[in-house]
Design a protein around this ligand. Structure first.
Ligand SMILES: Nc1ncnc2c1ncn2[C@@H]1O[C@H](COP(=O)(O)OP(=O)(O)O)[C@@H](O)[C@H]1O
Ligand SMILES: Cc1ncsc1CCOP(=O)(O)O
Ligand SMILES: [Mg+2]
Length: 266
């Protein structure tokens, strides 16, 4: 898969990505998008979110710090994105944890996100299966949730980009696994949320499956590079931002560890 070409297209476009994300992630995700080559804007109030989504290049919706005003903003923005034919990405943070989260995640899922980016525990919950997630932290392996991810993709017609020690991306028929990254990534809060934003940036320039693979591969390669120079989660964070910025398209093609899987009938 031509992930390098997709990275080049994303950087050339510098896509405007509207991120409705949580209070924890706002600053981190904005810096991740800027370092990678996109243009983030954290715009979530219902009074302007729909208007903004009408001209943004992509929208991402994250339920990390849920409240009624956020939900109203999400709904307005998704309507605006759909009206403009703009791709949108759902990040169902901790959707297994509470009644409110399960309900809002199910409501948003019914609006058919272009891409769902989540950890394995969240994917299992969205698919209606038992989840061992602890709050925002995944506690299930992606290997145990590949079937759930495929079923979810088939049900929604979107792409599922599931992350963990090994990532798994599927559109219900095609699937790949992506290796790499660092054990210090889950010890840096909001990196998953930031990756959701990056999926939006790539979805602005590529089809959802290819966009998801490129975004996750860039994270994996940058994470592996930063791991080599870091001493722990603290020193990892700035090195990871630098790596996101410095990975060139040809580096991504060379270093990405993407395993294509056999296609299953949709
Ligand atoms: N044990 C691990 N080893 C390597 N990379 C990991 C590991 N766990 C998560 N990652 C990477 O961290 C990023 C965020 O994924 P994840 O932690 O699953 O999301 P979330 O923060 O939403 O739970 C992804 O790029 C993923 O590949
Ligand atoms: C800690 C926390 N609490 C509510 S949202 C959030 C951030 C979760 O980020 P991620 O899912 O990327 O780990
Ligand atoms: Mg998350």
């Amino acid at each position: 898969m031509q992930v390098g070409q997709t990275l080049q297209a994303m950087r050339r476009a510098t896509p405007l990505v509207q991120c409705i994300t949580n209070y924890v992630a706002m600053n981190i995700a904005a810096n991740v998008l800027l370092a990678a080559g996109a243009s983030p804007a954290m715009v979530s109030d219902a009074e302007e979110a729909g208007e903004f989504a009408g001209f943004a290049d992509a929208l991402t919706v994250n339920i990390g710090t849920l409240s009624p005003p956020f939900v109203a903003g999400m709904r307005a923005a998704i309507a605006g994105a759909e009206g403009a034919g703009t791709p949108w990405v759902l990040d169902p943070v901790a959707c297994q944890a509470t009644v409110l989260r399960r309900r809002v995640a199910a409501d948003l899922l019914a609006l058919k996100p272009t891409i769902i980016r989540a950890n394995a525990s969240e994917i299992l919950s969205l698919a209606g299966e038992a989840s061992r997630g602890q709050g925002v932290d995944g506690r299930d392996s992606t290997a145990s949730a590949e079937g759930a991810a495929r079923r979810l993709a088939q049900r929604t017609g979107g792409v599922v980009a599931m992350t963990g020690a090994v990532d798994f991306v599927t559109d219900g028929a095609r699937a790949v696994r992506i290796a790499g990254g660092s054990v210090w990534m889950p010890l840096n809060t909001a990196l998953g949320c930031s990756l959701t934003g990056l999926c939006g940036a790539f979805a602005a320039v590529a089809a959802p499956f290819e966009a998801s693979v490129a975004a996750l591969a860039l994270f994996a390669v940058a994470g592996s590079r930063a791991h080599g120079a870091a001493e722990g989660p603290g020193s990892f964070a700035p090195l990871f931002l630098d790596a996101l910025h410095h990975v060139r398209p040809e580096d991504l093609d060379r270093e990405a560890r993407i395993e294509g899987l056999e296609e299953v009938p949709a």
